[in-house]
Write a protein that binds this ligand. Structure first.
Ligand code: GLP
Length: 249
């Protein structure tokens, strides 16, 4: 894989500014009928962004709930879509319910599928058939994107994975603060499908992510830092606030 010139990096003055900019870019992708479905992400980083996105979409004449199509990055294995701790539950609360999207419009892997490997293949096929336009991404503290935990190669496909202890700690807040209550397995898009999107939008906020963001942008791509493979994509944009940018050279 050739290494592209680097992302377009936008350092914005505040978390709110990042949310508005990210929401504006995502809204344009979602509202363009010529573009393939967008790829969506979960996590705390996206809460203010989706908060800014909702009024933008609802105020736009082009917004048509019945035309919505999106694919999420990942889902925990073992949680029902109706469980508010699942990513399907998160998406319903953030976008599905407030925007009046019919069930199924926000596609995610099915956390309750009896065979997670088959479910990953099914989800991958559905996504490849539709194509991916703009892929929104957050960044894990250990450099993961989706649930592509280190070590991970850019050829990795949609699959079930074991979550690292660090990721289970990072996501414990949604499970009563107990890392042991975070499901140990998840289904995630691989870097192969993520890198196949037309355009990538990585959103990073907060001082706690400053070091990992510096490494993602400044180290040569390597498997111990899965997000560093994004450097191989010709069209990726990084939005961050000043805190997250504070370690960049
Ligand atoms: C989670 C998700 C990712 C998310 C990332 C960052 O575990 N699987 O899709 O982008 O980690 O999460 P947060 O925004 O809460 O820091």
């Amino acid at each position: 894989m050739s290494v592209a010139a680097g992302p377009s990096l936008e350092v914005l003055p505040s978390l709110e500014a990042v949310a508005i900019r990210g929401a504006t870019l995502l809204a344009e992708a979602l509202l363009d009928p010529q573009r393939p479905p967008s790829g969506l992400a979960t996590g705390r980083t996206m809460l203010p962004l989706y908060g800014a996105l909702r009024p933008l979409l609802l105020a736009d004449r082009r917004f048509e709930p019945s035309a919505w199509r999106s694919f999420n990055l990942d889902e925990y294995v073992g949680l029902a879509p109706t469980d508010c701790r699942s990513f399907a539950g998160y998406m319903a609360a953030q976008l599905g319910d407030p925007l009046g999207l019919a069930p199924g419009r926000l596609a995610l892997p099915d956390g309750l599928a009896p065979d997670p490997a088959l479910e990953a293949d099914r989800y991958r096929q559905a996504l490849l058939q539709a194509g991916l336009g703009l892929q929104l991404l957050g960044l894990g503290n250990n450099g993961h994107v989706g649930f592509n935990e280190p070590p991970c190669l850019p050829q990795a496909r949609c699959r079930w994975v074991e979550l690292s202890a660090e990721t289970r700690r990072q996501n414990a807040a949604g499970f009563g603060g107990d890392p042991g209550a975070v499901p140990p397995l998840a289904i995630t898009l691989g870097l192969a499908e993520i890198l196949g999107a037309q355009e990538l939008l990585l959103v990073v906020t907060g001082a706690a992510k400053a070091q990992v963001l510096r490494r993602v942008l400044e180290e040569p791509p390597h498997g111990e830092l899965p997000a560093s493979w994004l450097q191989g994509h010709g069209r990726w944009r990084v939005l961050c606030d000043r805190d997250a940018a504070s370690a960049l050279s």
